[in-house]
Design a binder for this molecule. Structure first.
Ligand code: MN
Length: 457
């Protein structure tokens, strides 16, 4: 089966070209001007942009947290991703206490295999560290996973000594860590303080105060000092503050390599959401929290200057009813929001249409950079011969309104409800097959597990 995409504008991080794309089976066969093939099905993409399938490198599907499980499992979550134009996710397989790394990966395969409508890879969240795990890590990096998640807060946080040891071991093995940076001590103390001061924690407007910007900045700074001692690059995930960003710039001035991820919610929403009536406010409870509005301009400026590398979702969805778990105590609210389907159109609307970033930069942040950073390049992340035919046909003129009602997530609310956007993924091809069109999923459960580095044959 050959398909010829004719008349579109192909986007990469380096530029836009009016070239045709010839697809054979699952792969791109040729890219060039005025391609012609007798036996190819012609797909007229005049006036459209062709992006390499978007990659969402920060998702939590079917995650058990706060005594519940996310509303989206790998089935509904990847349908949402695909509908929006994302053809590959990287979810966080998580090692729980007493588990080997192999068990953690196996658990995530149980959750994901056979359910995904886009391709999927895993990062591995390391929660427990000892000699045995250190030995096992070699096998994991060699066979399938090169990126790891470490937390500086929550029950599965790692202390500084462990952070140093894990970063050192990853440096040896050629792996990299993405780190959730928030100071655990500040958060714990403030949660107690909020309860004492108000005689309880029902006032959601106290939530951002319990996770101040200093908690992020301190943890970013400390992580980068540890990484400096180890002499290894690290990734700061879901950066939310200008204060944290300053720590990153400082480390880079000293010559350190620091990769940074941010998320649409930190670019578009602010902490005023926590001052809504509590029931509604809890729906915006995420960690790190939404920040004061002025942080958004810093993050957009960093994107404009190419100083942030990826925009991912941190998709971690809970229904309105699940959010009610925090009614008596906001600290018991499961934290997280949906965003899988919305991400590409939001970045197009508020990034490209608003002239804050270019289409080339959008391509870099949503596709090419995550592919490179997580070892999925060049068979994902770029429309070149030999790459997977993951192609998003982007209609820059389609106008639509975001609403939970017309979207694929199992979550029953959309944080961007009512947002009008111009531009959407008109067609989404997953390895050569038309899998979604205008927000409708046409092919489900055809996603394949992808190993980091697996394309290097
Ligand atoms: Mn996350």
């Amino acid at each position: 089966m050959k398909r010829l995409f004719k008349g579109g504008t192909v986007v990469s991080s380096e530029g836009m070209q009016d070239v045709d794309i010839l697809v054979k089976g699952e792969k791109i066969l040729a890219v060039g001007r005025d391609l012609a093939f007798r036996d190819a099905e012609i797909i007229d993409v005049k006036g459209k942009f062709l992006f390499p399938g978007f990659i969402d490198a920060h998702t939590h599907m079917a995650l058990e947290v706060s005594n519940t499980v996310t509303a989206d499992d790998f089935y509904s979550g990847t349908r949402a991703e695909l509908a929006g134009g994302t053809t590959c996710i990287i979810d966080f397989a998580t090692q729980y206490e007493g588990e080997s790394l192999a068990q953690a990966i196996e658990n995530w395969h149980q959750k994901a295999d056979g359910k995904c409508s886009c391709d999927y890879a895993f990062h591995l969240a390391i929660s427990q560290w000892n000699e045995e795990i250190s030995r096992e890590l070699e096998q994991v990096v060699k066979e399938e996973i090169s990126s790891f998640k470490l937390y500086m807060t929550y029950d599965n946080r790692v202390d500084d000594e462990t952070m140093y040891e894990i970063l050192s071991r990853l440096k040896e093995l050629g792996g990299i860590a993405g780190v959730h940076c928030e100071n655990h001590g500040i958060i714990s103390a403030r949660l107690k303080e909020a309860a004492v001061r108000k005689g309880g924690r029902t006032d959601v407007s106290d939530y951002p105060w319990t996770r101040p910007k200093e908690a992020e900045a301190e943890a970013v700074g400390r992580l980068l000092k540890i990484a400096k001692c180890v002499d290894t690059p690290v990734i700061v995930v879901h950066l939310s503050t200008a204060a944290g960003y300053r720590e990153i710039l400082r480390a880079r001035e000293e010559g350190q390599t620091v990769y940074v991820e941010t998320c649409p919610q930190y670019l578009l929403l602010d902490e005023s959401k926590y001052f809504l009536p509590a029931e509604e406010a809890r729906r915006y409870m995420i960690a790190p929290p939404l920040r004061k509005k002025k942080n958004q301009e810093t993050l957009w400026q960093a994107l404009k200057e190419g100083r942030i590398q990826t925009i991912c979702t941190d998709h971690c969805s809970f229904t309105k009813e699940q959010k009610e778990m925090g009614r008596e105590d906001f600290a018991k609210t499961p934290c997280g929001m949906p965003g899988a389907e919305e991400r590409p159109a939001l970045i197009w609307q508020f990034g490209v249409n608003a002239e804050r970033i270019t289409p080339e930069q959008m391509c870099a942040y949503l596709s090419e950079n995550p592919a490179k950073l997580y070892n999925l390049y060049p068979w994902k992340g770029r429309l070149i011969p030999g790459a997977d035919a993951d192609i998003v046909v982007w209609d820059p003129d389609a106008e639509w309104t975001m609403s939970a009602e017309n979207m694929q997530s199992a979550c029953d609310y959309c944080p961007m409800e009512g947002t009008k956007v111009r531009g959407r993924a008109e067609q989404v091809y997953l390895r050569g097959v038309l899998a979604a069109e205008n927000g409708k999923v046409l092919e489900e459960r055809t996603g394949r597990y992808v190993k980091h580095g697996a394309g290097e044959e």
